[in-house]
Design a protein around this ligand. Structure first.
Ligand SMILES: Cc1cc2nc3c(=O)[nH]c(=O)nc-3n(C[C@H](O)[C@H](O)[C@H](O)COP(=O)(O)O)c2cc1C
Length: 204
């Protein structure tokens, strides 16, 4: 009798986990994941940072990952400003609420004269895409090296460009707080909240 009850409970638990995984998509670590998939799943937006500086050689390693990213026609129009000085971080705080106390902020931008422009489709140009791929490489490499990051769009682009006296042809795309995660840093989402593939992939 006891054994039957145990089996029922165990079966119910397995069913709940399976349904949760099906509904939740692929963010859970799975057996046989490659090192890349493990890293991609391990990364999360870090919004609590340790009060600890990031050594410059570590930052260079992170930035080198951005440097090998693909860009349209390999034009590499991206720029990355590395803010570490207290006065620069204080300036940054006046245009964004999203530094989260990080000791370093990367400001990603592109030079609009250098980006690829579609010759037959006016208005189609690659700067934002180029920067996004570079920033994604940076994010993943940072995670690999034990650093935390968050992609931040919530900042006043034009004000930041003015405050840091960027040239008129330099357009900011995102800012990225980066640093060692605080001990209590944790994802703000449940790891199962990614949409399942059939909600985002359309097979033709
Ligand atoms: C284009 C973009 C803009 C984002 N802007 C912000 C932002 O302004 N502030 C913030 O705290 N997080 C921002 N995020 C982080 C997302 O909220 C986060 O990636 C998402 O909730 C998934 O969580 P995860 O990164 O932990 O997987 C942004 C992410 C992306 C890709």
């Amino acid at each position: 009798m006891k054994e039957r009850k145990f089996k029922k409970v165990a079966g119910f638990c397995v069913a709940v986990v399976c349904v949760a995984m099906l509904l939740g998509g692929t963010a859970m670590a799975a057996e046989g994941d490659s090192p890349f998939m493990n890293l991609a799943k391990k990364r999360f937006s870090v919004r609590q940072f340790a009060d600890k500086p990031v050594p410059k050689d570590l930052l260079i390693k992170v930035l080198e990952a951005g440097n090998v990213a693909p860009t349209a026609k390999n034009l590499q129009p991206h720029r990355i400003h590395v803010l570490t000085k207290a006065e620069d971080l204080a300036k940054l705080d006046t245009v964004s609420p999203c530094r989260y106390g990080a000791p370093v902020v990367l400001v990603f931008s592109y030079n609009s004269d250098e980006e690829w422009k579609h010759s037959q489709e006016p208005g189609v140009h690659s700067g934002v895409e180029d920067v996004s791929i570079v920033a994604t490489h940076v994010m993943l490499r940072a995670a690999e090296l034990g650093l935390g990051t968050t992609w931040v769009n919530m900042f006043r682009n034009s004000q930041l460009e003015k405050l840091f006296e960027l040239p008129a042809n330099e357009k900011t795309v995102l800012i990225m707080p980066i640093g060692f995660p605080a001990e209590n840093a944790k994802p703000s989402r449940m790891p199962t909240t990614k949409k399942p593939l059939d909600k985002t992939v359309i097979w033709h």
